[in-house]
Design a protein around this ligand. Structure first.
Ligand code: AMP
Ligand code: MG
Length: 480
């Protein structure tokens, strides 16, 4: 095949029990639907080669390019609180790693690439095309919003059907990540008492992600910090991940596994979209505490590496986990301080921001549009009772009076509050059109989402509009 990729596969050089070597399972009639040329360039991949028949064969998993060492990674995980000692890539294949134009190592993974040794019993190893398009749109939107995330290089239709709620067209996503190491990867070896592998994984993860970290404690601190920053950023754009299991928490601090995720329209802290999250376990406002739990699982998986005596190790690990709530509070104050235009931090700032959110929740104000309307002074129009906003605004203006550079307030607000996010109903419309062979709805949406902090031109203004009653999407599906 013509496509030349300079693979350098460090994960494949780890001990054999880290993965199963395995090629993707070919599909019947691959068709390239979406290709991310900007990302291809970052990775040093030629766009026209990816679009060539050979390129599409690779993106579909029908051909394995030279230098790739396809494998399915092993991991465990707590899902909705219950522990599974073996999960692993049941429908994904790591093709290999490339070094990008900034010198960073990136994984190239096919998702929806067929059964593996880790496939859930009775599951097909495939992905519905709708879920593939959803992940493409939403992960690229996250990136443009400045939030660490796995990326989407390509979406391919397979020409095959998968059985879910109904028979659905299948797809393969090419996912790019700074690694696919999860909290669950550490749990996998910890659960087996395989301290040697655990140490090898830790050494590998430190070298790849946190070269400055000193041993397991330094590593734990670094992961906790990255995750605290990440979850605060999610909250800042109204994002609900939907499946915050430990196998979906990446060590790198990137958002990973976009299943039934969604962005909120009207604000309520208890919002849940995922069809499988009946108890509201992973509701918007619960995400920081769920993460605390996931990080505590990482800490306990690392314990065997923390030396003797074990009670001292336990104490240190506990102390690290106990620092997390304060880290999240600080990150939250940072994100929401910026959202209300503050450059400096004063004691009452978090309460001020929280006060706005409380009023928004009472009034069902649109999350994105209310914050964005702070730029133009029209935020009161987002409230059924504008007086609710006016009261808050008095305190806000008083606080703003103590900020430097008042002339730059509008610019600051614009930089912190996107005009456009991937609203559920727009994503669903893009998917529905793509199913009918019309990709223009998706590409138009993707184009607008690539510059979320710019004012939307008139012809794209509809993308900022909250859903009409009949357009509202209440439930999202993970497509597994
Ligand atoms: P997820 O809920 O996507 O994080 O997946 C949880 C586990 O189920 C992982 O081990 C997946 O690889 C596996 N899994 C999800 N969907 C499928 C599928 N269609 N076929 C086989 N395994 C799957
Ligand atoms: Mg997962």
């Amino acid at each position: 095949m013509d496509l030349k990729i300079a693979f350098d596969n460090s994960y494949a050089r780890l001990p054999g029990r880290f993965f199963m070597r395995q090629a993707p399972v070919p599909v019947r009639a691959p068709e390239l639907l979406l290709l991310n040329l900007g990302l291809a360039e970052e990775l040093g991949l030629a766009g026209d080669a990816l679009q060539s028949p050979d390129g599409v064969e690779m993106l579909a998993g029908n051909a394995v390019p030279e230098g790739a060492e396809p494998l399915a990674q092993a991991y465990a995980g707590h899902q909705f609180g219950g522990f599974s000692p073996v999960l692993g890539d049941g429908r994904a294949i790591l093709l290999g790693e490339v070094i990008d134009d900034t010198g960073t190592r990136r994984d190239l993974q096919l998702k929806g690439s067929g059964q593996t040794a880790f496939s859930r019993p009775g599951s097909d190893g495939r992905a519905p095309l709708g879920a593939v398009i959803r992940e493409f749109i939403v992960s690229e939107a996250m990136h443009a919003l400045g939030i660490p995330t796995t990326r989407a290089l390509a979406a391919v239709a397979t020409g095959e059907h998968v059985r879910r709620e109904a028979m659905l067209p299948g797809g393969v996503l090419t996912r790019v990540a700074s690694s696919h190491i999860r909290v669950g990867t550490f749990q996998f070896f910890a659960a087996r008492g395989d301290t040697e592998a655990l140490q090898a994984l830790l050494d590998y993860a430190i070298a790849r992600h946190f070269p400055q970290a000193d041993g397991p404690m330094g590593f734990l601190d670094a992961v906790i910090e990255g995750q605290a920053r990440l979850v605060a950023q999610w909250l800042g754009v109204g994002f609900i991940h939907g499946v915050m299991n430990t196998d979906n928490t990446a060590i790198s601090g990137e958002t990973i596994d976009f299943g039934p995720c969604a962005f909120m329209d009207s604000f309520h802290p208890a919002t849940v979209y995922s069809s499988i999250d009946r108890g509201g376990r992973y509701a918007y406002m619960r995400q920081p505490e769920i993460l605390a739990w996931n990080l505590a699982q990482l800490a306990s998986a690392l314990l065997p590496l923390m030396g003797e005596p074990q009670d001292a190790a336990l104490e240190a690990a506990q102390a690290a986990v106990e620092r997390y709530p304060e880290l999240v509070r600080a990150q939250w104050a940072e994100v929401f301080g910026r959202k209300i235009g503050l450059q400096r931090r004063e004691d009452g700032d978090a309460a001020l921001a929280a006060g706005l959110l409380e009023r928004m929740a009472e009034e069902g104000a649109d999350f994105t549009n209310t914050f964005r309307a702070l730029v133009t002074g029209r935020a009161r129009d987002e409230f059924t009772d504008p007086l609710a906003f006016d009261h808050w605004e008095e305190g806000w203006r008083a606080r703003l009076a103590r900020e430097p550079e008042p002339e730059a307030l509008a610019a600051r607000l614009k930089q912190a509050n996107p005009a456009v996010i991937p609203r559920n109903h727009r994503v669903e419309q893009a998917i529905a059109a793509a199913m009918q062979g019309d990709l223009s709805v998706a590409t138009r949406l993707i184009g607008a989402l690539a510059r979320p902090f710019d004012d939307l031109p008139e012809e794209l203004a509809d993308l900022a509009r909250p859903p009409l009653e009949e357009e509202r999407v209440q439930r999202t599906f993970c497509g597994t």
